[in-house]
Design a binder for this molecule. Structure first.
Ligand SMILES: O=C(O)CCC(=O)C(=O)O
Ligand SMILES: [Fe+2]
Length: 336
């Protein structure tokens, strides 16, 4: 069966002011009805250039306890590299449809890697207003170049360079998040797979939509990863659920958006929270984003760090192989 990409639907036959019913969300999900516009604090913004490292650690730990998400400025990744990452990704999605299909996720494949759209409809029978491309970028041993676009030609070099830069930021984040729990600097990284942690790049492509009030790009979820490091383009759309409200993330040029994912929530025994988030789409503009998911290897067992468990504070999660955790999450089965 041929899967129809959202981008292809948009460029073909879309009636003005109309979208196919399978993209129309129930009212309790529609962004026009459920987005909060009252006064509310912004997602915390953390400056890695702050001279006092203890202060940075304090801010990161607080943001991860209270929000599960924060933005980082002055993170050290050169702005022109971020712009190149965006440019080569955009050029890939601008290719003719049949050229992109060369990278299509093989049907029935176990891997997430490849070009595609979410095939299954969700529990409401609804689809996401988004296409995507997934491929691993680190460690070298887990890279499948068959899923890396050959076009545009600089795609590979730019993604290789980005992988090296993002690793430096990730190492700092793991270290500071660990210290923020009152623990040794290496515990979270080691608890999530150490040097074997896999860096999974995703490009989200959200075409313009005639009815952004009715649909969603990605529906509400927490990330399966340990954490996620995301570069957005300039079109707003990320929303986070905080204190019972869906609120918009502000776009800060060049900033990285850090999501705490399920595996850090588990490792920290619930001290840090995986953030519930979703995305909206735009009437005129294409939104894109480049999350990198940091995932334990499939066979790696993740559970609450023993240092955070005692008779007064029992473990809130059972240790589990990452591949089993992912399987349950994708198939919407209970975890424990
Ligand atoms: O596009 C975004 O800002 C977020 C995308 C997202 O949540 C995801 O791909 O997991
Ligand atoms: Fe996400």
């Amino acid at each position: 069966m041929e899967v129809e990409r959202v981008q292809a639907i948009v460029s073909s036959s879309l009636a003005k002011n109309n979208i196919p019913l399978e993209f129309v969300r129930p009212e309790d999900e529609q962004p026009a009805i459920t987005t909060f516009h009252g006064p509310i604090p912004d997602i915390p913004v953390i400056d890695f250039n702050h001279p006092d490292q203890d202060h940075i650690i304090h801010l990161i730990a607080n943001a991860s306890r209270e929000w599960g998400i924060f933005q980082v400025v002055n993170h050290g990744i050169p702005f022109d590299l971020i712009q190149k990452l965006q440019q080569v990704g955009k050029e890939f999605f601008d290719l003719p449809q049949e050229e992109k299909e060369v990278y299509a996720k093989p049907p029935g494949a176990l891997t997430l890697e490849g070009y595609g759209s979410k095939i299954g409809k969700d529990v409401n029978g609804k689809k996401n207003w988004a296409d995507h491309l997934f491929h691993k970028i680190w460690p070298a041993s887990c890279i499948n170049h068959q899923f890396w676009p050959k076009n545009p030609p600089p795609y590979r070099a730019v993604n290789e360079e980005y992988a090296q830069e993002v690793r430096k930021v990730v190492d700092k984040l793991f270290k500071w998040l660990s210290i923020g729990l009152g623990l040794e600097a290496d515990v979270l990284k080691e608890g999530a797979g150490g040097e074997e942690i896999e860096y999974l790049m995703k490009i989200n492509y959200y075409p313009p939509c005639p009815r952004p009030d009715l649909t969603l790009g990605v529906t509400s979820h927490t990330d399966l990863s340990a954490m996620t490091v995301l570069v957005p383009n300039e079109v707003p759309g990320l929303q986070v659920f905080k204190d019972g409200h869906w609120i918009d993330a502000k776009y800060i040029p060049g900033a990285l958006i850090i999501h705490i994912g399920d595996q850090i929530e588990i490792l920290s025994n619930g001290k840090y929270k995986a953030v519930l988030h979703r995305t909206t789409v735009d009437k005129e503009k294409t939104r894109m984003s480049w999350p990198v998911f940091l995932e334990p290897p499939g066979e790696f067992v993740v559970g609450p760090l023993p240092q955070l468990v005692d008779p007064q504070i029992p473990p809130k999660y059972k240790p589990k192989k990452f591949k089993d955790y992912s399987y349950c999450k994708f198939h919407k089965l209970p975890q424990y």
